[in-house]
Design a protein around this ligand. Structure first.
Ligand code: AMP
Ligand code: MG
Length: 433
């Protein structure tokens, strides 16, 4: 059976949220950041909160599309290889020249790419069709009316909408805004994301390791993933497993964060799950089991002034204050779980903070090169190598196996109702950024 089949009702566990339901609830709780006017150079990666219109037509004047000679098409109509037309060259116009040039009948004006077309000229003969002469030019080929001419308004008309609100400012859109004469644009800025890793076992990379400790990879990985998703990210590593330390560490970050992410301290281990213990008290963060592997234990909510409750929180909890609450994700500690959870839930949330929905991972279909297994009732995201239309599951699928994660470029999606898929089955594959 392929993964496109219908779900088996017996595979649904009501104590688990589906991936979609969980993501939908998160996105519903996220309000976009307030728009701000940013200089064009700072707007890359931000999302427009206004339409950008053309201040002038693009181009704003008729100009040459090539280096050559401005002519009247009628004057060169008879030109051919064996019977060139010879015209006197009466001047030259370069890109940026603002002087008025007028082409007299039976003459040519040397012209450069981007230079204004002289009045009365209606075609440009590329220099390649000529002998390149300075005083006189021999033209070996006829140019039709409008040849190599870029007409005013040929790209956009004055007042035309060039970019609409909601568009992400990638390099192309930055160019469009600049071409429209804009030095600043109103955008939803890049969200500021603070990543805190928790755990007594964590040691900063670069420091010596003693048995029982590990180097902190999550805070680096998740901060990098947040940056990759367009955020400005900061990391605060190694928050100790002390219930009294977690809230102050989070509170310290509230003022300069639009989104908080913790890793670790949310599994089922009781007193060592300090993030869960500390945030549960606030009543605005909800902890859920999501029907996925890896990444089953998840937590989301809004904290700080205006914190309005976690996913699925019913009424009452949290403030009704006008002040901004900060969304918080509590990701599992296992690095692969943290990574997959980030891509499934945090990445779209970063887009939502910018009023956008363009950050879901690209999904393709590919053929399995080997069989895969998956727990019943949970959707698996298996680390894999996608190569064209073939996808190879990696052998190390443990949620602690960061070395295997480092070899992956894709995730194979195995639906909740499948427990095994044979080689050669076609599957959904998410392409990792
Ligand atoms: P926890 O969710 O805190 O119970 O952690 C689950 C597993 O993830 C444990 O093996 C932790 O040592 C590991 N882990 C937690 N935080 C990190 C981190 N920042 N970097 C690497 N591994 C981590
Ligand atoms: Mg821990």
């Amino acid at each position: 059976m392929t993964s496109g089949a219908t779900p088996d009702a017996t595979a649904v566990d009501s104590s688990l949220s589906s991936v979609e339901a969980y993501r939908t609830a998160i996105l519903a709780a996220i309000a976009p950041l307030a728009p701000a006017s940013l200089e064009l150079a700072a707007a890359e990666g931000c999302v427009l909160a206004e339409d950008v219109t053309a201040a002038v037509a693009l181009p704003s004047f008729d100009n040459s599309g090539m280096d050559g000679y401005a002519v009247r098409a009628a004057d060169v109509a008879g030109a051919a290889e064996d019977s060139p037309v010879s015209l006197p060259v009466t001047g030259e116009v370069a890109a940026g020249d603002i002087g008025a040039h007028r082409l007299a009948p039976g003459t040519a004006i040397r012209i450069m790419t981007g230079a204004q077309l002289p009045a009365e000229a209606d075609a440009v003969v590329p220099v390649e069709w000529t002998d390149g002469g300075a005083a006189r030019v021999a033209i070996r080929r006829a140019a039709e009316h409008g040849n190599a001419v870029r007409y005013a308004g040929g790209d956009a008309t004055e007042g035309e909408t060039l970019l609409t609100a909601g568009t992400r400012m990638r390099p192309m859109q930055i160019a469009v805004a600049a071409s429209a004469g804009r030095s600043a644009v109103t955008v939803r800025p890049r969200p500021r994301v603070v990543v805190l890793s928790t755990g007594d076992e964590l040691t900063e990379p670069g420091s010596p390791l003693v048995p029982g400790r590990i180097w902190d990879s999550n805070s680096y990985m998740i901060a990098a993933a947040a940056r990759e998703a367009g955020a400005i990210a900061y990391r605060r590593s190694g928050v100790p497993d002390d219930p009294k330390g977690v809230l102050p560490a989070l509170e310290e970050q509230l003022a300069h964060a639009d989104l908080l992410i913790t890793t670790g301290g949310v599994s089922m281990g009781g007193e060592h799950d300090v993030v869960k213990a500390a945030l549960r008290e606030l009543g605005t963060v909800t902890f859920r089991k999501v029907a996925m592997q890896p990444g089953m234990p998840q937590g989301f909510g809004v904290i700080g002034p205006g914190g309005a409750g976690g996913v699925g929180a019913q009424g009452g909890a949290g403030g009704v204050g006008a002040e901004r609450g900060v969304p918080i994700f509590t990701l599992p500690g296992n690095p692969v779980s943290a990574y997959v959870s980030f891509q499934m839930f945090v990445r779209p949330a970063i887009a939502a903070l910018q009023g956008a929905d363009d950050l879901s991972l690209p999904s393709v279909r590919a053929t399995l090169t080997g069989p895969v297994r998956s727990p019943s009732g949970r959707r698996s995201y298996l680390r894999a190598v996608l190569d064209g239309s073939k996808v190879t599951p990696l052998s190390g699928q443990g949620s602690h196996q960061i070395a295997y994660l480092g070899r992956a470029n894709a995730l194979i999606v195995v639906p909740e109702w499948e427990t095994r898929l044979p080689a050669d089955d076609e599957v959904e594959v998410l392409v990792l950024p």
